[in-house]
Write a protein that binds this ligand. Structure first.
Ligand code: ADP
Ligand code: MG
Length: 318
C-alpha cells in the first residue's frame, strides 16, 4: 500500500457532511468556514527522511515553514498564523547556538510572509518539526486540484530539478552545486503568485514530490489527462552539468521543488504572464490538459515512455 492509498484507507473522512468544511482531505489545504474561510495544512519534517542530520539549523527553520506556506500558495491563500510542534533531542535543546539559528530561520520567513507563530508543543525526542498553517482564501475562488479542464494550458513557476540533484549529491558524499543546495534548503513559497492567480488559474498544486507525481494528483482530481513537452520545462541552471536524461529525471521525478504547477484557460495566457511579472516569478507553459487519464510526455514532438513516478513514502520500491 502506498502513501496515498494509506491516507485514503485509514484517514479519508467525509467532511462534505459538515457545512463548515467546504473542502476536506485530498487537496493542498482543507477549507474551513469560520466567518470567512480558513485554508489549513500540516507538514512534518523528519530527520533522515526530509533533512540530513548536519543540516544548517537556520535553513531547517526556514524550510519547515516554507513547505507549509507552499501549500497555502497552491490554494491562492494568504497566510495568517501557524502552530509549531517540535520534538528535540535534549542536547539540541541545550545548544543555544543551534536553537538561535533554527529560530532565526523560522521567524525571518514568518515575518516576511506576515504569518504569526501562535502556539505549538515541545517535547524531547528524535528531531522532528511539524507545522500547521492557517490562511485566508475565498472558498469559491480557491485554487483546487480539481479545476483543470480539457484544453487548459499547464504551467509551472520557477525552475525544476535543482533540489533533487542536491539530495542525490549529498547522499552519495559529493558536494552539490551551491545554487542546488540553496534550492534544497531555502525553497521560496510562491505565495504572491498563488494569490495573483486567483480568478485566472483553473487549478493548482505545489510540487513537493516531483512534477510526475504531483501533476498526476492534479489530473486525477480533475478527471483529465495531460500532454507535457520535456523540452519546454524550466530546468534549473545548475542542471547544466548533467546530461539530458538525468536533467529530465531530476526535473520530472525529483521532489522538493516547491514550485506551483497550475492550469489556466488558453484565453488567460496574458493574465498568467501578467501575474508572473507582477509577482516577479518566472512562469513557463509546459503543456496542455487533454481528455483521458494519462500523462503523455513528449521530447522534440515525439512521445516518450517516461515511466516516472512521484515520491511516495510507502511505495514498495522504497
Ligand atoms: P501535500 O503534499 O500537499 O502536503 P499530501 O500529499 O501530503 O499533501 O497529502 C494529500 C492529502 O491527504 C492532503 O489533503 C492531506 O491533508 C491529506 N492527509 C495526509 N496525511 C493525512 C492523515 N494522516 N490524516 C488525514 N489526512 C491526511
Ligand atoms: Mg501540496
Amino acid at each position: 500500500m502506498g502513501e496515498f492509498d494509506l491516507i485514503r484507507r485509514y484517514f479519508a473522512s467525509d467532511a462534505r457532511a459538515l457545512p463548515e468544511v467546504p473542502l476536506g482531505i485530498g487537496d493542498d489545504c482543507a477549507l474551513i468556514d469560520a466567518g470567512g474561510t480558513l485554508a489549513v495544512s500540516t507538514d512534518m519534517l523528519v530527520q533522515g527522511r526530509h533533512f540530513f542530520a548536519d543540516v544548517d539549523p537556520e535553513a531547517l527553520g526556514h524550510k519547515a515553514l516554507a513547505v507549509n506556506l507552499s501549500d497555502l500558495a497552491a490554494m491562492g491563500a494568504r497566510p495568517i498564523a501557524f502552530v509549531l510542534a517540535l520534538a528535540l533531542p535534549v542536547e539540541r535543546a541545550r545548544d543555544d547556538d543551534w536553537m538561535t539559528r533554527f529560530a532565526r530561520g523560522l521567524h525571518t520567513l514568518a515575518q516576511r510572509s506576515a504569518c504569526a507563530l501562535v502556539g505549538g508543543d515541545t517535547t524531547a525526542g528524535p528531531l522532528n518539526v511539524c507545522i500547521t498553517v492557517f490562511g485566508r482564501v475565498d472558498a469559491h475562488r480557491a485554487l483546487r486540484r480539481s479545476g483543470a479542464r480539457v484544453g487548459d494550458d499547464v504551467w509551472v513557476s520557477g525552475a525544476l530539478g535543482a533540489a533533487a540533484a542536491a539530495v542525490e549529491a549529498i547522499a552519495s558524499g559529493r558536494a552539490p552545486a551551491p545554487d542546488a543546495r540553496r534550492a534544497l534548503e531555502w525553497p521560496t513559497p510562491r505565495l504572491a503568485l498563488g494569490q495573483a492567480l486567483l480568478g485566472c488559474a483553473s487549478s493548482a498544486i505545489d510540487l513537493s514530490d516531483g512534477l510526475a507525481g504531483d501533476l498526476r494528483h492534479l489530473t486525477d482530481a480533475s478527471g483529465v489527462g495531460a500532454e507535457i513537452a520535456l523540452d519546454a520545462l524550466p530546468y534549473a541552471p545548475s542542471l547544466q552539468a548533467f546530461d539530458a536524461p538525468e536533467r529530465e529525471r531530476y526535473a520530472v521525478a525529483g521532489g522538493d521543488d516547491y514550485e506551483l504547477c497550475f492550469t489556466a484557460p488558453v484565453a488567460r495566457r496574458g493574465d498568467v504572464e501578467a501575474a508572473g511579472r507582477a509577482t516577479q516569478t518566472d512562469v513557463t507553459r509546459i503543456g496542455r490538459i487533454v481528455s483521458g487519464a494519462a500523462i503523455h510526455w513528449h521530447r522534440g514532438g515525439a512521445p516518450v515512455a517516461g515511466g516516472w513516478r512521484g515520491y511516495d513514502h510507502f511505495a514498495s520500491r522504497q
